[in-house]
Design a binder for this molecule. Structure first.
Ligand code: NIG
Ligand code: FE
Length: 409
């Protein structure tokens, strides 16, 4: 089936075949190549060709056509950090925070991740799958065309495997591309509170062989943070993950400047994520690496924390990716459109920078740039078609409106 989209007001994030855009950094992030008054041809889910309307040949063959007058077309969002597989929401903790408790205090008294883990251990795989599929369908309708999903609410071998099997079922059934990260090192389960060595051994000796034996994970994640997994523990865990072929994508520098960035870079992490607390040392460390700083402003918003220093990173010449962190504790939303808006309003990213961070750089943070992240001949035709709008700045500006008319997967 060949589909022609014509009279597109602006076709955004295009890439010519001579380019091989893997990631955009620093000043390049302000450049968002696009064509005004454009056409786009797709065939069986692949981008075949595009150009400006005055180059559209009358001989072009197609089976169906859509007139997109007034509408923008963008590649779908690439959400490279989520915990979308969970069983229960945690709005009572949200109310506790309104009454003055902190996220850390809630975690210390057995709420937070441990609360989700308790429910995870009880839920059946089928029920977990149904709940997760509903969330996945919701975020696809909001424009997400590729996503990373983590385990980490299991905290024992069976429940971690249950989560990862659900992610595998989502991979098999879903229309979008999914990567799975193994995050048993999310927090210490209660029974290992005084026996960190025991839990680390469980992850290394029992979980890793079984999970990689079943091919259930693409990446290894660790919550490297004071009160969670320290730098030495993270080091050992990432080293073990590497022995099983898992590259790291880690949680770093969320609550404290705790060495997460440096340990991620040491292990050539694909990305280090969160980064609410960053000094020059961390920025310089990232500059010497290929590790992608991934910012999660939805978590800073929901926990009312400092936003991540996007300007400092971009102005230093680094690439930045944006993701939702969709999870029941620190960001109960998988809406990338809101992340785009937070990036502009709270972190002073320009709309161009934020769209680069949500598309090509998000794809890079999941190693998917050969198939997604830009409008390029041969890449997958995963498209956001907006309602009639003035231009790209309107997308982060009108943050409460749903500006998506259609998502093409
Ligand atoms: O990325 N920081 C660690 N993990 C999640 C939150 C987990 C939770 O509270 O359930 C995050 O923010
Ligand atoms: Fe997270």
């Amino acid at each position: 089936m060949r589909t022609l989209y014509s009279n597109i007001k602006q076709l955004i994030q295009i890439e010519n075949n001579t380019d091989e855009k893997k990631i955009v950094k620093g000043k390049e992030m302000a450049i968002l190549p696009s064509i005004d008054q454009a056409w786009l041809l797709t065939e069986n889910g692949i981008i075949v060709d595009f150009g400006s309307m005055n180059s559209l040949s009358s001989d072009l063959q197609f089976d169906q056509t859509y007139d997109l007058t007034g509408r923008l077309v963008l590649p779908t969002w690439c959400d490279s950090h989520t915990h979308l597989v969970f069983s229960h929401s945690r709005e009572h903790e949200f109310v506790d925070r309104i009454h003055g408790l902190t996220y850390e205090e809630i975690a210390k008294r057995g709420g937070g991740i441990l609360n989700s883990a308790k429910r995870m251990q009880e839920v059946s795989e089928d029920e977990l799958y149904d709940l997760s599929l509903q969330r996945l369908e919701e975020v696809i309708a909001l424009g997400t065309g590729a996503i990373e999903i983590k385990s980490g609410y299991g905290l024992n071998t069976e429940a971690e495997i249950k989560m990862l099997r659900v992610i595998r079922r989502l991979k098999e059934c879903s229309k979008i591309d999914i990567k799975a990260s193994f995050l048993a090192a999310h927090t210490y389960p209660l029974e290992y509170k005084e026996n960190h060595e025991g839990y680390i051994r469980l992850i290394i000796d029992e979980m890793l062989p079984r999970i990689t034996g079943e091919g259930l994970a693409d990446y290894m994640d660790v919550f490297c943070e004071i009160g969670f997994f320290n730098v030495d523990e993270t080091d050992r865990l990432l080293e073990a993950g590497a022995r099983y072929g898992l590259k790291p994508k880690i949680h770093a520098n969320q609550l404290y400047n705790s060495g997460g960035v440096q340990i991620g870079v040491k292990h050539q992490a694909i990305s280090v994520d969160h980064l609410e607390t960053m000094d020059n040392e961390e920025v310089n460390c990232l500059l010497k690496s290929n590790t992608i700083p991934t910012l999660l402003p939805g978590a800073a918003f929901f926990l009312a924390m400092h936003y991540q220093p996007a300007r400092k990173l971009i102005d230093a010449g680094l690439p930045v990716a944006l993701a939702t962190d969709f999870n029941p504790g620190s960001c109960p939303s998988g809406n990338m459109n809101f992340i785009l808006s937070l990036a502009c309003t709270q972190m002073k990213m320009t709309p161009e920078e934020a769209i680069n961070a949500c598309t090509i750089n998000g794809a890079a943070a999941m190693e998917m740039t050969s198939i997604l992240g830009s409008i390029k001949r041969g890449k997958k035709a995963r498209l956001i078609i907006t309602k009639p709008v003035n231009g790209i700045s309107y997308l982060p500006y009108a943050y409460g409106s749903n500006l998506i008319e259609r998502v093409v997967i």
